[in-house]
Design a protein around this ligand. Structure first.
Ligand code: SF4
Length: 206
């Protein structure tokens, strides 16, 4: 539903065009710069403005959707503290759990271009660190996913939204292998709201 025909300045969702048209260039020769996010990280705005003020932001520094690549060449998944759970497909079952939020709770951090888990908010936070799944808010069309934000749509038990760059068959094979090798520590901690088991200490043989 878009009763007011609202659109972006140079994109309408993923479609190039928008209000100004795909050929628009500003006086400095740049297309519209999309500092994406809901909301965008304050650093993304100030860094973009600083680069512009110093004449250091050029067209090659923008990605396919006009987002500055200094933040859009990363994924939210990079640096997420739940990565060990992701590796073993040890999933959270409710929001207070420590496990990965992809399988059951709608996390799209493996598809969202942003450095939220490396450039923390207020120096210490991110959606994932606050217990919320990434809703992919730096991507076009995120606002109408076609399902509840906190749900993971699946077909035959396989999440529809697979990680960027990963073929579906690989994901299925790797997920099955990972689940079969999940350490009990990781499995138990994934569905708890605090650490139940610490990593074991191994002594070197001398
Ligand atoms: S919760 Fe999301 S961002 Fe974090 S490891 Fe899982 S899939 Fe990646």
């Amino acid at each position: 539903m878009n009763p007011t025909d609202a659109c972006g300045l140079q994109y309408d969702g993923e479609a190039s065009g928008g209000l100004l048209g795909p050929e628009f260039r500003a006086a400095a020769g740049l297309p519209v710069i999309n500092v994406a996010g809901c909301p965008p990280h304050p650093d993304w705005i100030t860094e973009t403005l600083a680069m512009l003020a110093h004449g250091r932001l050029r067209a090659e520094h923008l990605d396919d959707f006009g987002r500055p690549r200094f933040f859009a060449d990363q994924l939210v998944h990079h640096g997420c503290p739940r990565n060990e759970y992701y590796e073993f497909k040890a999933s959270a079952e409710k929001h207070s759990d420590q496990g990965c939020l992809m399988e059951h709770l709608g996390c799209k951090g493996t598809q969202a271009h942003a450095d939220c888990n490396q450039r923390l908010w207020n120096g210490e936070g991110s959606c994932l660190r606050g217990g919320y799944a990434c809703i992919r808010c730096t991507e076009p069309g995120f606002e109408e996913p076609g399902h509840a934000f906190e749900a993971t749509p699946k077909v035959a038990g396989i999440p529809i939204g697979l990680p960027a760059d990963m073929p579906k068959a690989w994901f299925i094979a790797l997920a099955a292998l990972s689940k079969s090798a999940t350490p009990s520590r990781v499995r138990e901690n994934a569905t708890a709201d605090h650490q139940l088991r610490a990593p074991s200490v191994k002594r070197s043989k001398k």
